[in-house]
Design a protein around this ligand. Structure first.
Ligand code: ADP
Ligand code: MG
Length: 300
């Protein structure tokens, strides 16, 4: 049988917008020592807007950025064509921007996504890709461009449009930090809980968000399959909670001592989580820990 106090707490939680799916995890919440937050869609809203489109006219063959480059509208429309089948928040931002500009998109064949790195497909029989800076690095495509470096240090997310291994252009996007994130982090820290961030995004964006929210530490450019591994590393030292929203976060949510999903997240994340934040408010993480402490201190 479920002790009455726990049943009462569970129903209080539900009224507040917290769905407790695993009662034992709810009990463990009172002992949490560290919480790892996913960045995109968790600490931030996950709604990207395009801020810059840069023509790079095939850096790989060393032509530099001259006036023979592809127009920014063409870059954006090709990127939007490729992103049309992706569910990533970056894709939504690129599609929205192309639509606002009234740009046409083309049909894509053999679409495929590269988890945590980007997408590719054929347009007019030719292979195009939209990928992360990390993908360029791994494939030995070096890019020295002042404009891109400047944009990256502004804390924006940059993705590159490639045709085969030639970089045609870059699209920069900016996301918004959830207004509730700051309060959530500062409260957790005052309760003696370490606040960390895990993201597949580039190190500049991660550093910027981490500084804004005064996080204790962060891990950037983490591939989807590495996220659970990072949680395990933190668990070696602390009883660890994980808060996430994406498909990529599911294994990390399962690995954590307490897995918490943002309600607006993907079905996979929600189904894997022990607790769901129905209101998408990171401050509810503070609430759940306090409620867990109160509930179980009455029992023991
Ligand atoms: P996060 O951990 O922030 O949720 P992901 O692991 O989903 O990030 O993605 C990491 C990085 O991979 C993105 O910042 C981006 O550079 C790249 N990426 C992933 N999906 C796409 C996509 N559909 N289009 C372009 N880039 C993508
Ligand atoms: Mg996310």
């Amino acid at each position: 049988a479920i002790p009455l106090v726990v049943a009462v707490s569970t129903s209080i939680a539900a009224k507040t917008g917290l769905l407790i799916r695993d009662r034992q995890a709810f009990e463990r919440a009172r002992n949490l020592q560290a919480i790892i937050f996913d960045k995109t869609g968790t600490l931030t809203e996950g709604r990207f807007g395009v801020t810059d489109v840069v023509s790079l006219s095939g850096e790989k063959i060393g032509s530099g950025d001259g006036d023979n480059g592809m127009s920014s509208d063409r870059i954006l429309s090709l990127a939007a064509s490729l992103e049309a089948s992706s569910e990533h928040p970056i894709a939504a931002g690129i599609l929205e921007s192309a639509r606002e500009k009234g740009l046409q998109t083309q049909s894509v064949e053999e679409f495929s996504s590269i988890p945590g790195k980007g997408v590719h497909g054929l347009v007019g029989g030719k292979k195009f890709l939209v990928v992360s800076p990390g993908y360029l690095e791994e494939n030995g495509i070096s890019l020295k461009n002042e404009k891109i470096e400047e944009i990256e240090t502004q804390g924006k997310t940059v993705v590159f449009l490639l045709q085969e291994d030639r970089v045609l252009g870059a699209v920069a996007l900016a996301d918004i930090i959830r207004k509730e994130s700051r309060e959530a982090i500062s409260k957790l820290k005052s309760m003696g809980i370490k606040c960390l961030m895990l993201t597949g995004d580039n190190r500049y964006v991660a550093a910027w968000v981490s500084q804004e929210l005064e996080l204790d530490d962060y891990f950037a450019e983490v591939l989807p399959h590495e996220k659970a591994e990072k949680v395990k590393e933190v668990q070696a030292e602390y009883i660890t909670g994980m808060v996430g929203d994406g498909v990529n976060d599911a294994p990390a949510l399962a690995q954590a001592d307490v897995g918490i999903a943002i309600g607006a997240g993907t079905d996979v994340a929600i189904e894997t989580a022990d607790i769901v934040l129905v209101k998408n408010d990171p401050r509810d993480v503070v609430y759940i820990i306090k409620l867990s402490r109160k509930t179980y201190s009455k029992m023991y």
